[in-house]
Design a protein. Structure first.
Length: 303
């Protein structure tokens, strides 16, 4: 199983006791990847952005299982203005911010290193050379093991990786974007600020670059495969075709839509990030559903 547990609501809308129970069961079920950020969930009234990391840190300390968990966290998207519920005052990706943000995350998580450290959003006001250098310094110091770029355009990712190679520094080896089995209409602007959708160019680039791993958020469309309506941006003929095949395959496997979507993503070497708010939701996602070549081919319809 290669899924990452999304932890946005831990310590806020999901209380600490439930968060700990979910983390315990995730690890017990074979999960290792825990994904958070230094701003989750700043957009909730009364939240600061410390809550998710701090909750994970207390869990790690209480369970003493640091070596069993791959900790993934991010910098760049934390507001600098108290009470700002947008990305308008995001801290950005200057060298100073990257260094200071890493120290803050290490402190809240209670760890001596971050396994995967991400540039959460783009910051085109800072030269890429500066950001790449700062991330590289963190790897050299041992405070970070690997680095990634989230919500970056493919050309910016390629440029950053080329700059790292030219500087003899550690490149981004992970990329995190929005993606699922269903796709929004081509060219549509997503209503969620800061989200960047996987494109065919992204998929081609990742397939062509050994050592580059794609992680995807909104992999289950926030419940739209089951109980919630699909966003309007998914209203197009390709959605109906894909849902019909998805239901056929799920029926043949005795699986749920969610389980088949996760199996489809993992079959491509993609790491789905999945957020849950209860143990019951987690149990569904821990099921071991596999796709053979025939089922995979049937699912691979044009979007």
């Amino acid at each position: 199983m290669t899924i990452a547990l999304g932890t946005i609501p831990f310590g806020t809308t999901v209380d600490e006791e439930t968060s700990f129970a979910i983390l315990d069961r995730f690890v017990e079920g074979g999960g290792t990847l825990v994904d958070t950020a230094n701003n989750y969930p700043f957009w909730l009234s009364g939240a600061t952005g410390d809550e998710s990391e701090a909750t994970i840190g207390r869990w790690l300390a209480s369970r003493r299982n640091r070596d069993q968990v791959v900790v993934s966290t991010k910098c760049g998207g934390r507001p600098t203005v108290p009470g700002d519920l947008t990305l308008d005052s995001a801290e950005g990706l200057s060298a100073r911010v990257i260094r200071d943000a890493a120290e803050g995350s290490l402190r809240r998580l209670g760890v001596d290193h971050i396994d995967v450290y991400w540039a959460h959003i783009e910051d085109r006001s800072v030269p890429l050379e500066e950001s790449v250098g700062a991330f590289g310094d963190l790897v050299t110091s041992g405070k970070v093991r690997e680095i990634g770029a989230s919500n970056h355009a493919t050309w910016r990712l390629e440029r950053a990786r080329s700059l790292a190679a030219a500087q003899g520094r550690t490149p981004y080896t992970h990329v995190q974007l929005r993606h699922s089995y269903l796709r929004p209409r081509p060219g549509v602007r997503l209503p969620e600020g800061g989200h960047v959708q996987v494109s065919e160019e992204t998929l081609d680039y990742v397939r062509s670059e050994p050592g580059l791993t794609l992680w995807v958020y909104s992999s289950l469309l926030s419940g739209a495969y089951t109980s919630k309506p699909l966003p309007e941006t998914y209203d197009h003929p390709g959605t109906a075709r894909r849902l019909a095949v998805l239901d056929e395959v799920a029926g043949e496997l005795g699986a749920t839509r969610n389980q088949v979507v996760l199996a489809w993503l993992q079959a491509q070497g993609i790491v789905p990030i999945v957020g849950v708010s209860s143990l019951a939701q987690l149990e569904e996602l821990l099921a071991d559903v596999k796709l053979d070549d025939d089922l995979r081919a049937r699912l691979d319809l044009p979007a």
